[in-house]
Design a protein around this ligand. Structure first.
Ligand SMILES: NC(=O)c1ccc[n+]([C@@H]2O[C@H](COP(=O)([O-])OP(=O)(O)OC[C@H]3O[C@@H](n4cnc5c(N)ncnc54)[C@H](OP(=O)(O)O)[C@@H]3O)[C@@H](O)[C@H]2O)c1
Length: 335
């Protein structure tokens, strides 16, 4: 095992968070029960905020960034895990209150670990990452609500995915389409239509159409939706959802406010389902990863991601905040 290794550490620089590569030793890591040799992490929107210092993600400094990790157990004081086990961690406060995945080694609590599904490599697990696992939580939530119907059912209404070309959106499109639902993708990037059609989207709307404030009750179109944008977009989606429909909301790429009315909820029984991945209990995580293992086509996954070195994190962070990342970015922590 290496004596020293490289991590992306966010530190205090004159009262502001500033990230950079730094050597660490095993003695620097937190005293949790499982030591993981990390192979890959990911770049999520939240990581973009953390690595650029544009958002206050870390609640204490210094902090190792990265909300995800995938790797191999190197040492374990827990009976549940043994050296050689392939594992994933998504969320659980990584890069916020707990040191995260931008490092060759990390110590984590046993209860944070999810076993890597057999069908995925460590790289593929991080191609999915928090964004993909959150998309699966959203699809599970819509199915539990029971209003979305496969395209084969007469009169089945469309299921909308906003921020479709982003990480959550891409995986949501692929999972919904694979399960047979008629998927409409909302994106601001027409050049991604071919990519999204390849994942299974059957129609498109320009994201600008959802960015203008409309009346509180609009033409009923969506049986359900996965929304990673928030703000006026989410208000419009709720206003266009059919009687009894539901919207699984997980993101705020377009804003954290919700400047709408209760009318869709009290006149059309529309439900807004909040989805949080960070503290989701293990049974929901296992279910979401099983869906991903069952329904995420390997060819689709391959089309969705690129692998980048950890040394490029600052520029990649700026790109994801500018909405310039298509699909998912896997971070190779050895480079
Ligand atoms: N609740 C949770 O546990 C959880 C988990 C994961 C992610 N999230 C949140 O979900 C959101 C998406 O995450 P991600 O990793 O998918 O990020 P991402 O890859 O950057 O995707 C976000 C997408 O949203 C669209 N978008 C960006 N800015 C916009 C704007 N101003 N107005 C309208 N649309 C805009 C873009 O899609 P198009 O180019 O297709 O228009 C962009 O690709 C983030 O807010 C993230 O923090 C939450």
């Amino acid at each position: 095992m290496a004596d020293t290794f490289t991590a992306f550490v966010i530190e205090d620089a004159d009262g502001k968070p500033k990230g950079g590569l730094k050597p660490l030793t095993l003695a620097d890591l937190p005293d949790h029960d499982v030591l993981v040799e990390v192979a890959y992490s990911t770049l999520n929107y939240k990581d973009g905020l953390a690595v650029t210092g544009k958002g206050k993600i870390a609640r204490k400094l210094p902090m190792v960034g990265g909300i995800d990790l995938a790797g191999t157990v190197a040492e374990s004081r827990s009976p549940d895990w043994k050296p050689g086990d392939k594992v994933i961690v998504n969320g659980w406060g990584l890069s916020e209150t707990q040191w995260g995945g931008y490092t060759r080694f990390q110590r984590v609590k046993p209860e944070w670990l999810t076993r890597l599904p057999d069908v995925f490599s460590l790289e593929e697990a991080m191609a999915i990452g928090t964004a993909g696992y959150t998309a699966a939580l959203c699809v599970d939530a819509l199915e539990d609500w029971g209003v979305i119907q496969p395209a084969s059912q007469p009169g089945a209404k469309e299921v909308l995915v906003t921020g479709a070309a982003g990480g959550v959106g891409s995986v949501a499109v692929a999972l919904l389409a694979k399960a047979g639902y008629p998927v409409t993708a909302s994106t601001g990037r027409p050049e991604t239509h071919e990519y999204l059609a390849g994942l299974g989207a059957t129609s498109f709307i320009d994201r600008a159409a959802l960015l203008e404030k409309g009346p509180p009750l609009q033409k009923e179109r969506w049986a359900g939706a996965v929304d990673s944008v928030g703000g006026i977009t989410l208000v419009n989606v709720l206003s266009q959802t059919v009687w009894g429909g539901a919207v699984a909301a997980c993101g705020l790429a377009g804003g954290a406010d919700l400047p709408g009315t209760v009318l869709p909820h009290i006149l059309r029984s529309v439900t807004l389902i909040g989805v949080d991945s960070v503290a989701a209990p293990s049974d929901r995580r296992d279910r979401a990863w099983k869906r991903l293992a069952r329904h995420l086509d390997k060819a689709h996954l391959k089309a969705m991601y690129e692998v980048q070195p950890m040394s490029k994190l600052p520029e990649l962070g700026a790109k994801i905040l500018a909405g310039q990342v298509r699909g998912r970015v896997v971070i190779d922590v050895a480079k």
